[in-house]
Design a protein around this ligand. Structure first.
Ligand code: HEM
Length: 498
């Protein structure tokens, strides 16, 4: 006789497991799936198509379905809307950028405090980015000085061509310039601090990718064992200690000045701005890591792409040098100078156009949201908008060709959305609506100052045979990490006075 008691002991857990898997299975989507293939039972081909070929997948699927569709990705599904719905997405209050970021970038995981704080409800960091980091002339001098010191130390003064350490040196320059405004003079050039913020950013983004590889239900425990998440927790703890020490030192300096009847020292950086606006409630180390997380990777990728394009099209260099030199002579190191660098602006925007992601305006649906055609985007879905128009010849003639003057011509013809910081139809690289990137003015000024220093002080070129190709990483594009860029110091740059 079979032992039914023993059998049922085995069968009950199996039954419960199958029932839960059935109940938790993804519900069929209202929208057709673009990357589904015969006999691709494990979705290997489906995921490979997104990873390596998202532009083509989107273009062919839009032509095929002529309406929204779903794309399967390893950790879920995304609904892709055509570019004609960009305005509708931008203004729909049910479609939320911050909720999407919280979910996709794992706010609330210990160690990922930078993300948690950036998208927290009290907006303490966001408000400072919006009000203080934008068109603020007082940030320009410190940024320019730290770029001058950074270039001297990293790229050197030698008049012989030499190859820079591509990824590390470019990130470091951007980190130094940003730190001069984020953290202030005490730590802006401090080796430990500069390493800490850069290492945190790398560990954070790597940790996010790692965590995505695990099923949703397991992540709350898995993150405790992932090396990058563990490293992030260590960096958060160290950043908190270092920033509290800086604030304590500043407190003592003010106290001493008051005792001596002298004017108290004035600080002008995000460390103090966030403390003031939060009434001292914001954790200063977390604030700094938030700023680094939002600013360093995005801006250094943009910086790398412009360097490649300027090196590739040396015909632009004299014109750029003349413009930069004229504006700095007339306006000094100021917002007025960078605002008038209109060719550089166009060059930066063209570099951005060609290296952009294939989707924009990513949002999470906070409620069931009817599309204009009546079909419903279910609550909890993630949506995004097609951005492949950036390579469409009917919008950008000869779209695959780099044309540094493209956006300058548009601007001169009265196109209101042709400046680097502007979003507009067919160009939502900085997003749009109430979540449009608030750091874009800061990035614009930082990039222009960095490029002005480089144009005036250095010659740059790609090593012979080096032909950088953007790397497709799903919907996103990464700048080629293997570039070999050579630089040499030239006469000039005195106009920068540093
Ligand atoms: C070239 C550099 C940068 C690029 C390409 C970029 C791009 C973006 C994009 C695409 C978004 C989403 C907007 C949307 O979907 O509507 C965004 C949001 C954001 N960016 Fe940037 N960004 C850059 C630099 C910066 C910098 C330097 C900072 C901070 C100093 C920053 C802070 C933020 C913040 C806080 C948000 C979230 C806004 C919100 O949720 O309302 N970004 N950025």
């Amino acid at each position: 006789m079979p032992d039914f008691g023993f059998l049922s002991l085995l069968l009950w857990p199996a039954f419960l497991l199958l029932t839960s898997a059935y109940l938790l299975r993804p519900k069929p989507s209202t929208f057709p799936t673009a990357n589904t293939y015969p006999r691709d039972f494990l979705n290997r081909k489906a995921y490979r198509e997104v990873q390596e070929n998202s532009r083509n997948l989107i273009i062919t699927s839009l032509a095929k379905f002529k309406s929204p569709f779903t794309i399967a990705i390893p950790h879920g599904r995304k609904i892709l809307l055509p570019a004609s719905l960009a305005d509708w997405v931008k203004s729909n209050r049910n479609l939320d950028h911050r909720q999407l970021v919280r979910e996709d970038f794992f706010a609330n995981v210990p160690g990922f405090e930078a993300q948690t704080l950036l998208h927290s409800a009290d907006d303490v960091v966001l408000n400072v980015i919006k009000t203080k980091l934008g068109q603020n002339d007082s940030t320009m001098g410190p940024m320019s000085e730290s770029l001058a010191v950074g270039l001297r130390e990293i790229w050197g003064e030698g008049c012989e061509w030499h190859t820079i350490s591509w990824y590390k040196d470019t990130m470091e320059l951007i980190a130094r310039a940003a730190s001069s405004v984020f953290v202030g003079p005490e730590k802006a050039g401090d080796r430990e601090w500069l390493d800490l913020v850069q290492d945190y950013v790398m560990a954070y983004f790597s940790g996010v990718s790692e965590l995505h590889r695990y099923p949703k239900w397991s992540r709350w425990i898995v993150h405790w064992f992932l090396p990058n998440a563990i490293a992030c927790r260590k960096y958060v703890s160290r950043a908190r200690t270092m920033m509290r020490e800086v604030l304590e030192k500043r407190r003592q300096e003010v106290e001493k000045a008051e005792l001596e009847g002298a004017d108290p020292p004035r600080y002008n950086d995000a460390l103090i701005w966030v403390q003031a606006s939060s009434g001292g409630r914001a954790e200063p180390g977390d604030v700094q890591l938030s700023l680094a997380m939002a600013a360093l990777f995005t801006t250094s990728e943009a910086f790398r792409q412009v360097l490649i394009d300027v090196a590739r099209y040396p015909g632009l260099v004299d014109e750029l040098r003349n413009e930069v030199s004229k504006q700095i002579s007339e306006h000094g190191i100021s917002i007025a100078a960078t605002s008038n660098m209109v060719l550089l602006d166009s060059v930066m925007k063209e570099s951005q156009r060609l290296s952009s992601s294939t989707v924009v305006l990513e949002r999470a649906a906070l409620a069931d949201t009817p599309l204009p055609d009546g079909r419903v985007i279910p609550r909890g879905s993630h949506i995004m908008v097609d951005s492949t128009g950036l390579w469409d010849s009917s919008i950008y003639p000869s779209p695959d060709q780099y044309d540094g003057h493209r956006f300058l011509r548009k601007r001169n013809a009265g196109d209101k959305s042709s400046q680097f910081v502007q979003s507009g139809p067919n160009f939502y690289v900085f997003g749009g609506g109430r979540h449009i990137c608030p750091g874009r003015f800061f990035a614009n000024n930082e990039l222009k100052l960095a490029l002005a220093h480089i144009l005036l002080k250095y010659d740059i070129r790609l090593v012979e045979g080096c032909d950088p190709k953007p790397i497709s990483n799903g919907f996103y594009t990464m700048v080629d990490p293997t570039v070999q860029l050579q630089v040499r110091r030239r006469e000039g740059g005195d106009i920068l006075h540093v």
